[in-house]
Design a protein around this ligand. Structure first.
Ligand SMILES: Nc1ncnc2c1ncn2[C@@H]1O[C@H](COP(=O)(O)OP(=O)(O)OP(=O)(O)O)[C@@H](O)[C@H]1O
Ligand SMILES: [Mg+2]
Length: 443
């Protein structure tokens, strides 16, 4: 018999077995308390939202068990058309259960309710929220969908957070213990990392690996693919600027391969390209400015949990700033990043040059950098061009290297060297090839 999926077998049974989500636990606890005390809260619905696999459904189930309540659960696989909901939820919302104190009505994944296929479903739920005698809890990955507005307005929103890598590792470790498995800590770390805060996906991967052998790093590397590949900057930007839904924008920024600062610079430079409406521009820059503030706060205090707001602001904050059209203008290459890329290749050229000289001078690259290059700079930039040209003949400097050494005088020195070398033969072809290289570099 195939073993029970671990996400079912090891589903938290008590509230304190749910990792993290402390704020959500507190809010849900208080809200349920009000119901149980006989004074239902003003908002009779709760809308739990957050990324997949972080404990939304499990936490509700754990509360129901602990408080000894009844549970009516409808998830995305049930039909949620109006007639269906009237028959099931409508009835459940109208009377208390016979044996238990309350019936929690859990509507899982309400963002999956299709305004067309499940016609009238949302409107009906919204009306039930006004009059229900039982608590109604809904979950969603993206609560900001336009179609969910009627539910949003009648519910209290409760946020769930992506779990940290360390939290997922701890969770996996406890499962290893229960399964009496020997699990490599590094292997668990990799599983956690590749699943980015998604406990469900991480547990599924752990089980898949354990079914094939020892949970060790090599096996994990072989079996567990990164669930989602990181996005290059072009995809990040287009997914971000064209996102209609908050979670897409969030995903675009959290999965970007760029670091936060470069990403911010990219977004900064592209806002005026893609947004033309002054109010859109205002809102987008406002969000980005706050993202930047949060980022510096995170860095200054070491409170990396602020990053959540950074992502929310520069992702959904910027994406949802638009009310108007997104312009067709092309994305631009931010000046700051261009400058950084340039200095980076300058650094590489410096390394290459040092390596070349070190080989010829039979010394180390470090020595070249401290004791040879400074003199060469003086010779090439301030000394006589002829001396520099002669040196150039003796060493196979590339045009990048020459540019690094001579700065503005590079072409003058190259021309002189060419003259000294004569204008025919190998040397010239070489020079031409390198000139092309130089053009590319200067573009
Ligand atoms: N915070 C957590 N603590 C302990 N286990 C968790 C936690 N989050 C998720 N899990 C594990 O992952 C499984 C899936 O979690 P759950 O169904 O609660 O996620 P969810 O947030 O409802 O996701 P979705 O948005 O996809 O419905 C659970 O059965 C449990 O084993
Ligand atoms: Mg769920």
């Amino acid at each position: 018999m195939k073993e029970l999926p671990w996400i079912v077998k090891h589903r938290p049974k008590r509230v304190d077995e749910v990792v993290d989500q402390e704020e959500a636990k507190r809010e849900i606890g208080l809200w349920l308390e009000a119901w149980l005390k006989g004074s239902p809260p003003r908002e009779k619905g709760l809308l739990l939202y957050g990324p997949p696999g972080v404990g939304k459904t499990s936490l509700v189930e754990a509360f129901v068990k602990e408080r000894d309540l009844e549970l009516l659960e409808l998830n995305a696989s049930d039909s949620r058309r109006r007639e269906e909901l009237e028959r099931i939820v409508g009835v459940a919302a109208a009377r208390r259960p016979l044996r238990k104190r309350l019936m929690v009505i859990l509507m899982d994944e309400v963002d999956g309710i299709d305004p067309r296929a499940d016609e009238g479903g949302i409107e009906f739920l919204a009306s039930v929220l006004e009059r229900t005698v039982n608590p109604i809890i809904m979950t969603a990955n993206d609560p900001w969908k336009e179609s969910l507005r009627p539910l949003r307005e009648r519910s209290k929103l409760v946020a769930f957070r992506e779990l940290t890598e360390a939290q997922v590792v701890t969770l996996l470790q406890s499962i290893c213990e229960k399964e009496r498995l020997k699990c490599d800590k590094e292997a668990l770390g990799l599983i956690a990392r590749r699943n980015r805060g998604d406990a469900r996906a991480a547990i599924n991967d752990l089980q898949a690996v354990a079914e094939r052998g020892e949970v060790r790093l090599e096996l994990v590397e072989k079996l567990v693919k990164g669930r989602e590949k990181s996005l290059d900057i072009w995809r990040t930007l287009s997914e971000l600027f064209y996102a209609e839904e908050g979670w897409r924008a969030k995903r675009a920024v959290t999965q970007s391969e760029e670091d936060y600062e470069s990403l911010m610079a990219w977004i900064n430079d592209n806002i005026p390209k893609k947004y033309k409406d002054p109010e859109d521009l205002y809102r987008a820059y406002d969000a980005l400015a706050r993202a930047s503030l949060m980022l510096s706060r995170a860095k200054a205090t070491g409170e990396w949990s602020f990053l959540r707001y950074v992502f929310d602001l520069m992702g959904p904050g910027v994406a949802l700033a638009k009310k108007g059209e997104v312009s067709k203008e092309r994305f631009s290459f931010p000046e700051r990043i261009r400058a950084m890329a340039e200095t980076k290749s300058m650094r590489e050229v410096r390394e290459e040059l040092a390596a070349l000289l070190a080989k010829r001078l039979l010394t180390s690259k470090a020595t070249v950098k401290t004791e040879v290059l400074p003199y060469l700079f003086v010779i090439f930039r301030q000394g006589s061009p002829e001396a520099a040209a002669k040196l150039t003949l003796g060493y196979p400097f590339s045009s990048e290297m020459l540019k690094l050494l001579a700065g503005a005088r590079a072409s003058e020195i190259a021309a002189l060297a060419e003259k000294l070398r004569g204008t025919k033969g190998e040397g010239r072809r070489e020079e031409k090839r390198e000139r092309r290289g130089l053009d590319k570099f200067l573009m």
